[in-house]
Design a protein around this ligand. Structure first.
Ligand SMILES: [Zn+2]
Length: 274
């Protein structure tokens, strides 16, 4: 039997892993679309910095307003500063290197600092995804986003779904626990494309074991994946009849075949995306 403490610890690890995955996914999807980058560039080409491209689309409007404001300080004569942007967990920061060739008055200096500060504060109230009114949303321990209600709900649903999938796997492990030896460390962590294949196989093997009164004589001793392909190993007590060994070996071979096909499709899918 798996101790409750161990499952709770794994559940926590799953939650943390899901949060990290979500952050990576949101940050990758969150980089600015070319159309928005071009819009910011067109406002003040001299001020343009490639760091704009790393920002989320939802912040395009406030970045555009900031760039316009800074450009106006130069009064059309020259670019008043070099600017680099960084999305931080505290908000959107603009790092500014003022142009020493410009005639700086106190007023212009203050204007520049105010623009920088306004951008930072505004970013804390704008959804990174869509630019609607948003707020700081901590998703778990280390993952912080600025999101509107709709996008916050979507992000939370994703996290919940992943943890529920984990819980479902724990329940399934209990359902087929007679297939594993006491204190067995065999666990059902497999890729999404192998999950239904594994479930069906274990359900079928369990049915044979129960129907033929072979509980305690047939154990699944290994479940692992290599390059996306799923492998099962089964150990039989010498008293198990030959026909049953053949039936279960059939299921195991079927798993290898199905998984081979499924992993090819999954790999093809990911290379199409690239
Ligand atoms: Zn939004």
């Amino acid at each position: 039997m798996r101790s409750e403490g161990l499952i709770a610890a794994q559940r926590k690890a799953k939650q943390a892993a899901s949060e990290i995955n979500l952050r990576v996914e949101m940050e990758v999807n969150g980089t600015m679309k070319q159309g928005n980058i071009d819009r910011v560039r067109a406002l003040a080409p001299d001020l343009f910095n490639s760091s704009v491209g790393s920002l989320p689309d939802g912040w395009t409007d406030i970045v555009a307003a900031f760039v316009q404001e800074v450009s106006d300080i130069g009064e059309g004569m020259m670019s008043p500063a070099e600017v680099r942007f960084e999305r931080t967990i505290a908000g959107l920061k603009a790092y500014i290197w003022p142009n020493a060739d410009m005639q700086w008055t106190d007023g212009k200096g203050v204007q520049l600092i105010e623009a920088q500060r306004r951008l930072y504060i505004l970013s804390q109230h704008k959804c990174e995804d869509c630019g609607a009114d948003g707020k700081l949303v901590p998703l778990g321990d280390r993952v912080i986003f600025y999101l509107c209600q709709e996008h916050e709900d979507q992000a939370r649903e994703k996290l919940t779904a992943q943890v529920q999938a984990f819980d479902a796997r724990v329940r399934f492990r209990e359902e087929v626990s007679i297939l594993f030896q006491k204190h067995s460390t065999v666990w059902l962590h497999v890729s999404d494309h192998n999950e239904p294949i594994l479930r069906e196989a274990l359900t079928d093997i369990k049915k044979i074991v129960v129907d033929r009164d072979l509980v305690g004589k047939i154990y699944v001793t290994k479940i692992n994946e290599s390059e996306g392909q799923l492998f099962l190993a089964v150990r039989y007590d010498p008293s198990v009849d030959h026909a049953t060994v053949l039936d279960i070996d059939d299921i195991v071979h079927h798993v290898h075949r199905l998984s081979d096909e499924a992993s090819m499709i999954a790999n093809r899918g990911s290379s199409d995306d690239a």
